[in-house]
Design a protein around this ligand. Sequence first.
Ligand code: GLN
Length: 385
Amino acid sequence: TARRLAHIPPTVFSEMSALAVRTGAVNLGQGFPDADGPASVIAAAAEALASGANQYAPGIGVPALRAAIARHQQRHYGLEVDPDTEVVVTTGCTEAIAGALLGLVDAGDEVVVLEPYYDSYVAMLDMCGARRRAVTLRAPAFRLDLDQLREAVTDRTRVILLNSPHNPTGTVLTRDELQVVADLAVEHDVLVITDEVYEHLVFTDAASAEGHVPIATLPGMWERTLTLSSVGKSYSLTGWKVGWATGPAPLVQAVLAAKQWLTFTSGAPLQPAVAHALDHEPDWPAELARDLQVRRDLLCAGLVEAGLTPRVPEGTYFATTDVSHLGWADGRELCLALPERAGVVAIPTQGFYDDAEAGLQLVRWAFCKDADVITEGVRRLAAAD
Ligand code: GLN
């Protein structure tokens, strides 16, 4: 393995899902829903397959999907996006992240990232040779430490890499918090890359009463922001791997410059179906969020029953707990022992921190699973010794 990859361990999501399959444990680890997305969208994909959408799509994405993404940004956020120059379709948000970082960050550039970070950010930053500065969302509240952020963003910063709603903590940044990020970005002439895949999965009791706020909507931010999202989480189609980036043409061009050498293009028959989802099932994600909030409460109540005190997430489909309440000093050790002792799999989040202390005892539980799966998982936890 090349030196730029050799020090990066296999992704914990695959590791823990494999553990669940091997042991037959209830999988509250990797974030994929038990139930598929809307039937009309799946029918649209079948129709596209049957009607011959089986050769390369344009690298930038099929026109119908780019137009639907532009309408989505208009409808939800009032953003005017040119579908021909300000949208690029990617192979999931993961490729949008890769394309954005490879396209905009040079070796030695500084990138400010929230920690706990989604693991692919750091792998990509390492592949780019970037220097990262992590700003910590600290337990138990997991809010953004604005003073640490002010220290981290300097004239050496090239990019602030944001994620809100935030995986794994469930924090949704408020307009006031985002304004601090925006002010720093403008002051230091920094780009913002923002992963908003959980944009529609925000609960009614979030601190941000207005729900998800894209930082691109703040004054002065459109021209310096790349906004990334996907169909995976909003429409429960994580296996389709259709994502996108929107932003000013030069930033979208930078993503495309890298993307053309990564996958070039993908998902030709899926792209028209995703356009169908955005245009014809606009209310589906909000219904999913309402339904998820019930399952969130079911999971959190069960975790309390098992002796844990989850931070009730404001968005996403994950809840994080400090497992020292169960007498475990190390969350990863607990997660490795848990299938055997309780028949449950969860994700240790210590690997998502540079500050090893801050994450040592934290474990993430997914509630995008069927209610009876969650009920069985927490029953097993409460019964374990
Ligand atoms: N995004 C999902 C999660 O956080 C899946 C991650 C993955 O498998 N790479 O669990």
